[in-house]
Write a protein that binds this ligand. Sequence first.
Ligand code: PHE
Length: 524
Amino acid sequence: MAEEAILRYLEKNEQISDSGNFAAELGLDHNDVVNAIKSLHGFRYVDAQDIKRETWVLTDEGRKYAAEGSPEVQLFLAVPLEGSIPKDELQKKLAPAVFKIGCSQAGKNRWVEMGKQISRKVQHVEDKVKDLLLWVQDGHAIEKDDINSLKARKLIVQQTWKGYSVSKGPNYAPKRKKVATDLTRENLQSVNMASLFTVLVMVVLFAFHDPMVWLLILQMIFYSGVGDWKELEFKEYNFNAKGQPAEGGHLHPLLKVRKQLKDIFLQMGFEEMPTNNFVESSFWNFDVLFQPQQHPARDSHDTFFLEEPSTTRELPEAYVELVKRVHESGGYGSRGYGYDWKREEANKNLLRTHTTAVSSRMLKALAEKPFAPKKYFSIDRVFRNEAVDRTHLAEFHQIEGLVCDRGLTLGDLIGVLHDFFARLGMSKLRFKPAYNPYTEPSMEIFSYHEGLGKWVEIGNSGMFRPEMLLPMGFPEDVRVIAWGLSLERPTMILYGIDNIRDLFGHKVDLGLIKRNPICRLGMD
Ligand code: PHE
């Protein structure tokens, strides 16, 4: 509609000097006219120049007074022609804002005598404010002084009006042609009417037995081709168009950091352990790790035990016997814990509380073969019965690395940790003695966080105890150094997230996952 009007107008006129006036004259909506100009301009039917005008429009308050009259006139009209009215009575007659503004304006204009009693000083007033507002509302210009006073009373505000002047463009035509955007199968298949006609003529000639016609027919078919694609006019490419945002999958920050860590382990020559069993028996999660059965972590307040199936079906009996013995009475130079080890406790199924459960299974399998050194890692989910807060969830991911070789020392552990964390961008490390039932010595790992300006705890580590390794069947001089950390902690630091619930779980904003950068380098 607007498009046709523009093209038709330009057929007889040089230009449309102002799209606003053009729209008003034809009774069209200016927005429709602007959209039509933009589209025609895109196909170069028209050239368009921006025009801007500063105009004044009424505020909500201005619009109200334009309809109901200014407060000062409303107040004046509420004062009786003769005599006076008590101030509080007048106040009751008017809206609070109208009374307040009306008093001050009518007083200033010397229309009324203000006091406890209010009376008229003049007999007749004109509502100039209302008239000016109506005038502005209709799009007329008003005097500078009037603009200033209405502006000061916040009854009008300035608005920039944008429109176009339009003239014929290089592709101008009085009617818009429909251009093709795609070459379709139908375009190629449909028969070109001209060539069809020629071929028909040939067939008629053939009927008169002219043998040359055969050749002509073949030639015609070959050269004329078929299809209406020959007549199609194609839309030009718009190389400035932004294109659709790519809506593929988006990797969650945890997955990106996991990939970074996995690459680090692989570069350091570590093999990944199979972690696809969230359900584990207490035996592999705790007992094998020389964690006594009374240890508080084995309480249902800390660990999720399974109701169904509540116990494991099988355990390696000979090995169970060795584990039982080391708990009860020690051996291998240890005194053990000296308590009655219970098989029922070891049988209980749980959601694994650490990936060290996986490490213990892998180490046991390794100990059964002729000894060869190994470097293993895993990154997967673990579960703890925790109160959920800003930094804790009942499930999270652990990163675990271990090195198994003859004669390893605490110095080797410290060296490997420096190498590993430096690759993550954390080169300032400190270690603090700690306690784990399954490692001795044990160390908490701290890293200096440049951004926070302080040391933050980033992991836990140690050398697995002989009470764990020797019952498995490792030669006596084999040592295992190991460390573990959460995947969430470094991810939150790298991506600047301070509430774990914004990172993981049902409250996560999908927008965050779509927007976050492909990778982050460095921990600061
Ligand atoms: N399993 C420990 C934890 O859950 C981490 C750890 C792994 C500690 C290996 C020492 C050795 O925190």
